[in-house]
Design a protein around this ligand. Sequence first.
Ligand code: ADP
Ligand code: TRP
Length: 322
Amino acid sequence: MTRLLTGIQSSGRPHLGNILGAIKPAIELSKSPDKECFYFIADLHSLTSIKEADQRRENTLAVAAAWLAFGLDTSKNLIYRQSKVPEVCELSWYLNCFTPLPMLQNAHSFKDKSAKLAEVNSGLFTYPVLMAADILLYDAELVPVGKDQKQHLEMTRDIAGSFNHQYGDIFVLPESKIDENVMTIPGIDGQKMSKSYQNYIDIFLPEKKLRKNVMQIVTDSTPLEEPKNPDNCNVFALYRLLASPSEVEQMRKNYEGGNYGYGHAKQALFEVIRDQFTQERERFDYYMSHQQELEEELKKGEAKAREIASVTLGRVRKVLGF
Ligand code: ADP
Ligand code: TRP
């Protein structure tokens, strides 16, 4: 059994980019019988940006509901809240004391974020150490992440390697699994879809709001009757990710033939989202309105996660003399 682990921050509701770029591929991986997957909600990490308790609680549940709505099988895999395994904070402290300061100072993600933010807290700075603890605590072997997280994985390996060098084989060295083919899903403004840019499509919205969300996609002002270039259009870029090849071909012809407006294309995109995710949308709503059930799934994962965490932490405490 190979142990896979990945986390998604609860800094917002999961959007189409998170779903196509992270959740769906991770669930596909979890179906392989020789893999055991630990998928968690990085709610402690979200504290670096979100300070509102209700907002975090809601986002945390929404991320959990999305994993379950997309079919994560919790009889073989685990889903849990990072904060419910407080052992991770203890390990994070130990690892901090083995992390050279320049390693954190050179982190691209910290440099990018701190250049944009008005207030930079030290949680943002030590973020990669908590992430290393997330991974090392569970002896994870493979960590599927987006390209932006590659450096964090290298840091995890470096920290674990230098710890092992001093104390013997305490940690498993994880490999990152970066799918170079996963494309960056564009948002309604054509930039990378992201919670931070407020340009996302929330596929879990009720039908009317979802349609409104799709209608917000920015297009140019080519008049309805004129032919249009599908390859320059955000609506088409999203449609081709979801519709069947023949539907995509048809839409391309419609664009090129003229007398086909962006409104028509948006309507088709809305319908394909609604129809393709009918079951997932229903299941998401089910879990969001049956939070007790969601809570039970999470608790089941958290109990197992803590058992494993306490074993690893036991090894660490012992060699450190605590
Ligand atoms: P956001 O940018 O919305 O804050 P996160 O950084 O929390 O998203 O990313 C969570 C996961 O979703 C990561 O694995 C990331 O690679 C993936 N992801 C986020 N946005 C996109 C996108 N636009 N296209 C593809 N994958 C994405
Ligand atoms: N930093 C990751 C992100 O923003 C989320 C994360 C936290 C994570 N801990 C992790 C991912 C451990 C993989 C493994 O996308």
